[in-house]
Design a protein around this ligand. Structure first.
Ligand code: NAP
Length: 217
């Protein structure tokens, strides 16, 4: 763990980002710093396989918000790979795309929420995934660490030590809460970048409709 950026270590920040907020940005920067990543590529999910039955905001809106939120950090990039790929967004396919692009030598780190990683045994081709990349599971201090540790022995032996934990106090902010706040006309200022707040307002995202589905603007 050090501050020196090492070429050959790339972070892939996976999430629905519905919407992206400061918790995600602080997580990406903390992971970059702690794991000496040369950059972090944000990958908004296209069609999340585990959210078939939930309303998820149109991918283009989530992509645009991610671009706006990350624009000021020269170490951050945004990829459309899951949005442009046909079918469900399986992480194993995303990681394979980055492996093809960056070559066999690069070390890939998939960064996401610890809650999501708790379900990793249900993900497509988990053995291959754990061979291809390491994981950085982000959580609020003290939250769910025990559950993640308890599930570690169930992972393939060679993958058990390829999941790292980071504690990020800013993850008290959550996308679910922000959507609820917009729907209930509560303030979201200081929870996400102003440009994203303005984008949500101008497109009318997360406002309730009579049928209970979120408006897309
Ligand atoms: P989720 O289930 O909506 O989120 C679980 C928790 O993790 C929430 O508290 C969420 O907070 C947080 N979280 C999500 N992404 C985060 C990030 N990048 N940094 C910090 N916290 C984060 O998770 P999801 O967004 O749908 O999925 C996360 C990633 O796992 C995505 O890249 C997804 O494609 C991948 N995944 C893959 C498979 C598969 O390949 N079969 C299955 C499931 C998930 P917020 O709601 O505030 O973001």
């Amino acid at each position: 763990m050090n501050f020196v950026t090492r070429p050959g270590r790339v972070g892939i920040m996976g999430g629905t980002f519905d919407p992206i907020h400061y918790g995600h940005l602080v997580t990406a920067e903390a992971a970059r710093w702690e794991f000496a990543l040369e950059k972090v590529i944000f990958v908004p999910s296209g069609r999340p396989p585990h959210k078939k039955d939930y309303p998820v905001t149109d991918a283009e809106y989530r992509y645009q918000m991610t671009l706006l939120a990350t624009a000021s950090n020269p170490y951050f990039e945004v990829s459309r790979c899951e949005i442009d790929r046909e079918g469900f967004s399986y992480t194993v396919e995303t990681v394979a795309e980055f492996r093809r692009e960056y070559g066999p030598e690069v070390q890939l780190y998939f960064i996401t929420g610890a809650d999501a990683i708790l379900e990793i045994l249900t993900w497509k081709d988990v053995d291959r995934l754990l061979r291809e990349c390491q994981f950085i599971a982000a959580t609020r201090p003290g939250f769910h660490l025990n559950r993640l540790e308890e599930s570690r022995p169930q992972l393939p032996v060679e993958g058990r030590h390829r999941i790292h934990l980071i504690e990020v106090p800013a993850l008290a902010i959550s996308s679910t809460d922000i959507r609820w706040r917009v729907k209930n006309k509560k303030p979201i200022k200081y929870l996400l970048p102003e440009a994203v707040e303005e984008y949500i307002r101008s497109r009318g995202l997360y406002r309730p409709r009579l049928d209970g589905v979120y408006e897309k603007g």
